[in-house]
Design a protein around this ligand. Structure first.
Ligand SMILES: [Zn+2]
Length: 370
């Protein structure tokens, strides 16, 4: 179970800033071991103590299962009680029904709220990034997990490191929401049963399962009579708990002005159809910045395009119904690349996700909202 928002806080010592692990000097690690060798610094001390510690990354080292994500999130919530809330939407999934006996049944659909629990956080510009409504697109939960850990572990108002200062200001200036795993049943089914599973695990009768969450949004939802289809849109608009949970986050927090829905694959940054001329200028700038941030990691040049999905998709819904700058990302070149490639896609995506936060921060400054 996830730790719910209304659970008593764990008795961990209260602290706002993380205490980064002392950095072990690279030369010390790589130096040949000999009786004569003495490192120039004691192994467990950095040059100037935690205040001078440099930016930390690389927390996620491979694919994660939903249970592994849950464990990591719960332990972060204990470690950072003043910076992380795990919020239960109160909506449960249909339930995993595959061959792993240990994880049968429904899951709580939860999301994270990151940043200091200031009284004015509801009036800050909100940004919501989430991963894997499509189960097999398994790099993206890694990205959301790594982003979450980086944001929390590099938050330190006392730091003199510019990268840590910038990270700290993101959480101070914005209301940051993340959902690491928005289709846990499908994700489990991809991890333990059929790797290429895409939909949720809604039983449809006649041996068919699953609704496509990204065809289940109310805006221009279209009836579909093929339950076996990979893009089956469900019994009605927002019929699915996973869709309802995502809509719930945006309804509950009207300060959310940006949504980023992380998908794979295609190396594309997609805006909704039918955006206004003024908003197109904003999208050009925003997606150009994200493209550059991604390219800086490994040289891959993502394309900025208009989404061609026309019925019941998240980007159209959030833009046209909620007046939100919504984006669909299509990361990498495969649904489940080999792990070494997945880690590169993850690094690119974290850079992109961080750039979205910086765009939102600039937007907050420009519009006078803080
Ligand atoms: Zn997708």
């Amino acid at each position: 179970m996830f730790i719910r928002q209304d659970s008593p806080q764990p008795q961990a010592p209260v602290r706002v800033a993380p205490q980064p692990q002392p950095k072990v000097e690279t030369e010390a690690k790589l130096a040949p071991v000999s009786d004569q060798y003495e490192p120039s610094l004691p192994m467990n001390e950095s040059v100037s103590g935690p205040m001078g510690a440099s930016f930390q990354e690389g927390f996620v080292e491979g694919y994660l299962t939903p249970s592994e994500i849950e464990v990591r999130v719960n332990s972060l919530a204990e470690e950072f009680p003043n910076l992380l809330e795990v919020i239960d939407t109160g909506i449960d999934s249909h339930g995993y029904d595959g061959k792993n006996p240990d994880i049968q049944g429904p899951e709580d659909l939860v999301y994270l709220r990151l940043g200091p629990k200031d009284s004015d956080r509801d009036s800050k510009v909100g940004i919501f990034q989430y991963a894997a409504p499509h189960a097999r697109e398994r790099v993206n939960p890694m990205t959301m997990m790594e982003l979450t850990e980086q944001l929390l572990r590099n938050y330190d108002p006392e730091s003199t490191d510019p990268a840590i200062q910038a990270n700290t200001e993101l959480l101070d200036d914005l209301d940051v929401f993340v959902a690491i795993n928005t289709n846990p049943d499908g994700h489990n089914f991809s991890a333990f049963d059929e790797p290429m599973w895409r939909k949720n695990r809604k039983p449809l009768g006649n041996g068919e399962y699953g609704v496509d969450i990204n065809r289940n949004y109310p805006y221009q939802w279209e009836v579909s009579d093929k339950p076996a289809s990979q893009t089956f849109s469900g019994a009605g608009p927002a019929s699915e708990p996973e869709t309802q949970a995502l809509l719930h986050v945006v309804d509950k927090h009207p300060n959310i002005k940006f949504v980023v829905d992380w998908h794979s694959y295609g190396e594309e940054i997609r805006r909704p159809m039918g955006t206004s001329a003024e908003d197109n200028q904003f999208y050009d700038k925003m997606h150009g910045r994200v493209d550059s941030a991604i390219k800086a990691v490994a040289g891959n040049d993502y394309e900025t395009v208009v989404s061609q999905v026309t019925k019941g998709s998240s980007d159209d819904h959030f833009y046209h119904v909620d007046n939100i700058f919504s984006t669909v990302m299509e990361t990498g070149e495969e649904f489940i690349p080999p792990e070494n490639e997945a880690l590169v896609v993850m690094q690119e995506s974290v850079a992109g996700a961080r750039e979205f936060l910086e765009v939102a921060q600039d937007y907050a400054e420009d519009t006078g909202r803080a």
